[in-house]
Design a protein around this ligand. Structure first.
Ligand code: UDP
Length: 236
């Protein structure tokens, strides 16, 4: 039995680039798709939001002289590229998908509404919600909080490169220790860089729990769904 009936899975763009340093690593993409397929076969309803940091980030662009709004729009387009890649990888292994976009761009994907997303999930499709919130100055973390709340997901699963939330950056501080669970308020007051404050505050205000885990280890998504405590649970 799966621990959650309906999930919002957030994948970072950076994780999709694997060892390459840029763009889409096909090996990582296919591993992610295979992990998602396993969970979909458990009967779980799956909504996915993917970042675009492996291709373009508006804030980085602004630092190099790009107009911020255009840069953010480029970032949102990057999430569309990643979403199409994941959709393609899932369909190739027999898992039906539906790509919905926050910015109108048929025939790339249908324009997002909550009801289209829920209907497609009920039909057994993995729903990939592209282009973040559709607005600049937001991140895909906020996009995934928003979509998770809208589609009434039981949890937001944040797949990252580390296995949970630590007291400090474990890659820099060897004394850092991992939380098995933590409240939203503590995440914010300790300034822990799990997600941006907007995204965390949205989850807090709307009671969407978050589970942070290492998605780069094949099999971990299934473990989370089986209730194994391999990451950090963020709760009220
Ligand atoms: N973005 C945006 N609005 C949104 C979501 C994303 O403007 O609602 C832009 C923003 O420029 C961001 C980029 O898209 O930097 C890629 O998203 P993000 O940085 O969240 O990707 P990730 O870090 O997860 O790879």
């Amino acid at each position: 039995m799966a621990k959650f009936k309906r999930i919002l899975l957030k994948l970072s763009g950076e994780s999709l680039m694997g060892e390459q340093g840029y763009g889409i690593d096909v090996k990582r993409l296919n591993e992610d798709a295979a992990q998602i397929k396993v969970v979909q076969q458990m009967g779980v309803e799956i909504g996915i939001v993917i970042g675009g940091g492996n291709i373009f980030r508006g804030l980085t662009g602004a630092g190099k002289g790009f107009d911020r709004v255009k840069g953010d729009q480029m970032g949102m387009m990057a999430t569309v590229i990643n979403s199409l890649a994941l959709s393609s990888a899932l369909e190739a292994i027999g898992t039906p998908t539906k790509v919905l976009t926050a910015i109108r761009m048929e025939p790339v994907g249908e324009f997002y509404t909550k009801w289209k997303a829920i209907e497609a999930m009920k039909e057994g499709k993995v729903v990939i919600m592209a282009a973040g919130t559709g607005s600049p100055y937001f991140t895909t973390d906020t996009g995934s909080s928003l979509r998770g709340i809208e589609i009434e997901a039981d949890v937001m699963l944040k797949g990252t490169r580390v296995d949970g939330i630590y007291t400090a950056d474990p890659e820099k501080d060897p004394t850092a220790t991992k939380f098995s669970d933590i409240s939203y308020d503590e995440v914010i007051s300790r300034g822990l860089k799990v997600m941006d404050i907007t995204a965390t505050a949205m989850c807090r205000e709307n009671n969407l729990p978050i589970y942070v885990f290492n998605m780069d280890v094949v099999g971990n998504l299934k473990k989370v769904m089986a209730g194994e405590e391999i990451g950090t649970f963020v709760h009220p």
